[in-house]
Design a protein around this ligand. Structure first.
Ligand code: PGA
Length: 252
């Protein structure tokens, strides 16, 4: 199930966070897989279920895969409550999300831990979706006239010691204040940050933060946006299906 993302297609991700059960995830994956097959969808689609719903799903589409929202950076061992690599290997999972703002800010994961996770799963050849993005106080730093520069410095710290030339890396720019709020970043902000990120790396750069059916078209049409990481609007299968459908009509 290890496929390489094509630079010519968008990557569209559903992040279930702590939603959906094992049963409903199974139904969801089957529904999306059928849709991809029937409509001959070309974009790369990745679904990140909760840990208890990780499984080796019977997927027909080459461009649909399952990733893990998190895993500890060890093969196995005494890490109460954590999944480790053996748990991913059991289901042939080769894609991981690292650095999501909820793990950084709610679960207090440090940059040092992100780097260890990144290096461990890089050495294991995983596809890594590495998330960066500034919180509201950085965006609204009134003492500073050049907010863009401050945001860039903040993101650079999140990229500190991360090998951004890793071949199986995708970066997701997700401003913290846009996640789960219903307020996505402006197209102008997205364009500026993505353009700057592309000066650092030639990897795919996805945007995340309140992406939904009615804004995905405009977001994907922005230069240097290679896909979207979607939380809330991906949890209802019909909505996610519509999002995929819209995304597939946009030329890259
Ligand atoms: P959202 O979440 O789409 O609900 O804003 C995005 C994310 O957390 O990845």
């Amino acid at each position: 199930m290890s496929y390489k993302p094509s630079q010519k297609s968008h990557t569209i991700i559903a992040n279930f966070k702590s939603n959906h059960t094992r049963t409903s995830t199974k139904e969801f994956v089957k529904y999306i897989d059928n849709f991809i097959q029937n409509e001959k969808i070309k974009n790369d689609i990745i679904i990140f279920p909760s840990a208890s719903a990780l499984d080796e799903y019977d997927i027909l589409s080459d461009n649909l895969s399952i990733g893990t929202q998190n895993a500890y950076c060890e093969f196995k061992g005494s890490y109460t409550g954590e999944s480790t690599k053996i748990h991913l290997d059991e289901f042939n999972i080769k894609t991981i999300l690292i650095g999501h703002s909820e793990r950084r800010h709610i679960l207090k994961e440090t940059q040092e831990l992100m780097v260890r996770k990144f290096n461990f799963y890089k050495d294991a050849g995983f596809k890594i979706i590495y998330c960066v993005g500034e919180p509201l106080e950085v965006k609204q730093d009134k003492n500073n006239k050049n907010t863009n520069k401050i945001i860039q410095e903040y993101i650079c710290e999140q990229l500190n010691q991360i090998d951004i030339s890793y071949e199986n890396l995708l970066i997701a720019y997700e401003p913290v204040w846009a996640i789960g709020t219903g307020i996505s970043a402006s197209l102008e902000d997205i364009k500026q940050i993505h353009k700057w990120l592309k000066t650092l790396t030639n990897k795919k750069i996805l945007y995340g933060g309140s992406v939904k059916e009615d804004n995905i078209k405009n977001i994907l049409e922005c230069a240097n946006v290679d896909g979207a990481l979607i939380g809330t609007a991906s949890w209802i299968k019909e909505d996610f299906k519509n999002i995929i459908s819209i995304s597939d009509m946009i030329k890259k």
